[in-house]
Structure formats: structure tokens, C-alpha cells
Design a protein around this ligand. Structure first.
Ligand SMILES: [Cu+2]
Length: 356
């Protein structure tokens, strides 16, 4: 029904515009072509200025409306660098925007038709062409260059001391895995995934390196001022790890692990004070429409002090210990490496091969 009304309104609008155009045509016949043409020119000139002023007021209004509603200060080193880049880009494009828009509409008004003026014939100038091509090319190349520099940094090699966390998206939640004391992620295989048997990642229990792996749902722990490297996977469809407060974002693609690393600058507690919001939490959102429950894919990242992190980790039981409560859980480091070397690379997930 509402579609019908929309179509009717559009049709009516079209008819009205058509009738007005027709009426103004009759008026011009009555008044004489020349006079009508001059009047139309004046009206158009005035409309140009009106549009410019209304547009600039609109820009100011939007700015006032959204002031303070933007994300707060970036909470990672990379995020702060990227914010700076964004502000520089906004400043440059902003200046160009105001200059070109004001000139565009002002010229259209100022140089409207006049009997007393003859247009200066100016068809082409090579120097001008070079200038207005080269200046944007150089400016944009510099901006894109900086963007690429930061991109390669966050997707590149993480510092040695980085905390490694495997993030797996699934419909519709996040699974986080920490390597245990051996600092090695045990092998996994997607056909082993069995939520009923408490093996949401498909860990291979024959690989001793899996025995101390800690698997937690929807709440991840990170250490303040320590780089953290995320190894990102998906169990089903494409998801996207969105970390707005850290200005980070990376697709979670089934079968193709992606990585990114960053350094959190403030603990969750510090952010609560900074933002004046006692309920503040670092959020991990799914930034890729992934199905019916997409909006529920909200995870939490707790950024804590190194001591709190050790305490938290000590309290966690390994996934293996949850599945086999009566078995010894700590494999020695040597066995882990042997198994990793012998493992069949095709059948096993490549993620687990990435140790450091
Ligand atoms: Cu998702």
C-alpha cells in the first residue's frame, strides 16, 4: 500500500513540474523571449547563491549535530596515527571543498548573462592542465602512501613480545584461543568441530600442543602497552573483526587466516574514567553482515595490567582439561615441536603453524 502512495506522489510531482514548465513557456511567449531569458538568468543566478548559502549552513548544522558523538580518542598507537591521518585528509579535502564550492556558485552568479559583457574566449591551456592534474596527484599519492604505510604495519610482522590470540568468528559469536605455557597453538581441523563435545574450534587432541590451549567465548583479555597480534579465522561465513576504539578492522575469512596487531594504550578501567562512563567496555563488533543474528555478535575486550592478565590466565582451564577432566594437561615443549614438524600440512589448519 505504501509503495502505491509513493508511486502516486512521484507521478503527481512529475505532473506538477511539467505543468509549471509549460506555464512558464506560455509566459515567455506573452512577455517576449528576450525579457523572459534575462529574467530567468537573474533567477538562476539568485538560486546559485541561495544554494551555496543553504549548503554551507547545512554543512555547519551537520557538524554541530554530530559534534561530540564521534568516537573518542583512539586507544591504540596505530589508532592515534590513523586518526591524525584522517584529520590531515579532512583538513586538505575540506579546504579544497570550500574553495571550489564557493568559487563555483559565486562565478555562476557573478558572471551571469549581461548585455554589456562579451565572454573572453579561452579554450585551452597546457600549463593549467598540468597544474590541476599534478597537484591532486601528488597530494593524494602522499595521503595514500601514508595509509599504505600504516596498513602494512598493522598487517605485517608483529613485535616479538606480542601477545598472540586466535579469534574465530562464527554465527553468531566470537571464540578466542590463547596458547598455553608452550606458547604454541595446537593443531586444529575443521571436521573435528563439535560444540556438543566442547570442541568449538576442532582442536586435534592427538597434538599435545592443544592440551594447554585456552578457549574462551566472547570475552578476550589483552595487556595494556603490550602489542597484541590477532590471528583471525571464521568457522562458517565471512565475518569481520571490528575494533572501533582501536581503529582496527579485519575480515574473518573461512579457510584463510588474516592477521593484524596493535598496542592498547589504556586499560578498560582507565577508559571508564577517561570517558566518564562507568559501563565502558572495549567492543568487538562484527563489521560484516553475516546473517540473521549479525547484530548480536558483540564481544568484549578487557584491557588489563600485566599482573591482572597473569592472574586471569592462571584461573583459566584449558579446553583439553574441560573435555578430559582426569588427564595431565601439560605437554613438554619438545613433544610439541616434533608433532608440529611431522603434521600433515594439507589436512591441518595453516593457522596453527604460525607460532611466532
Ligand atoms: Cu558476523
Amino acid at each position: 500500500m505504501s509503495n502505491f502512495f509513493i508511486i502516486m506522489i512521484l507521478l503527481l510531482g512529475f505532473l506538477i513540474t511539467f505543468q509549471i514548465a509549460k506555464a512558464s513557456e506560455y509566459v515567455s511567449v506573452l512577455k517576449g523571449e528576450k525579457k523572459a531569458f534575462e529574467q530567468q538568468n537573474r533567477v538562476n543566478g539568485f538560486l546559485m547563491i541561495a544554494f551555496l548559502v543553504a549548503g554551507l549552513i547545512g554543512v555547519y548544522w551537520c557538524n554541530e549535530l554530530l559534534k561530540g558523538k564521534m568516537l573518542g580518542e583512539a586507544a591504540s598507537q596505530h589508532g592515534q596515527a590513523m586518526d591524525k591521518l584522517l584529520y590531515v585528509t579532512l583538513a586538505i579535502t575540506g579546504i579544497v571543498f570550500f574553495l571550489t564550492q564557493i568559487l563555483l556558485f559565486w562565478f555562476a552568479y557573478r558572471y551571469q548573462y549581461s548585455e554589456k559583457r562579451k565572454a573572453y574566449y579561452f579554450p585551452h591551456d597546457n600549463r593549467l592542465e598540468v597544474v590541476w592534474t599534478a597537484v591532486p596527484v601528488i597530494t593524494l599519492s602522499i595521503l595514500v602512501g601514508f595509509g599504505l604505510f600504516y596498513w602494512y604495519q598493522i598487517t605485517g610482522e608483529a613485535p616479538k613480545e606480542a601477545l598472540q590470540v586466535e579469534v574465530t568468528g562464527k554465527q553468531f559469536s566470537w571464540i578466542f584461543r590463547y596458547p598455553g605455557k608452550d606458547d604454541v597453538f595446537g593443531k586444529k581441523f575443521y571436521k573435528n568441530i563439535d560444540d556438543g563435545k566442547n570442541n568449538s574450534l576442532g582442536l586435534i587432541w592427538d597434538d599435545p600442543a592443544t592440551h594447554d590451549d585456552i578457549v574462551v567465548n566472547n570475552e578476550m583479555y589483552a595487556v595494556v602497552n603490550r602489542p597484541i597480534k590477532l590471528i583471525i579465522n571464521s568457522r562458517d561465513v565471512i565475518h569481520d573483526v571490528g575494533l572501533a576504539a582501536f581503529r582496527m578492522k579485519m575480515d574473518a575469512v573461512p579457510g584463510t587466516p588474516t592477521t593484524m596487531w596493535f598496542t592498547p594504550l589504556y586499560t578498560t578501567e582507565e577508559m571508564k574514567k577517561k570517558t566518564n562512563n562507568p559501563d565502558f567496555e572495549y567492543e568487538i563488533s562484527c563489521d560484516q553482515m553475516c546473517g540473521r543474528g549479525h547484530y548480536t555478535m558483540r564481544g568484549i575486550i578487557k584491557v588489563v595490567t600485566p599482573v591482572d592478565f597473569i592472574l586471569w590466565k592462571a584461573k583459566q582451564k584449558s579446553n583439553y582439561a574441560l573435555v578430559f577432566p582426569n588427564t595431565e594437561t601439560m605437554p613438554s615443549k619438545d613433544t610439541t615441536k616434533t608433532v608440529a614438524a611431522v603434521a600433515d600440512k594439507d589436512a591441518l589448519s595453516k593457522t596453527s603453524l604460525k607460532t611466532n
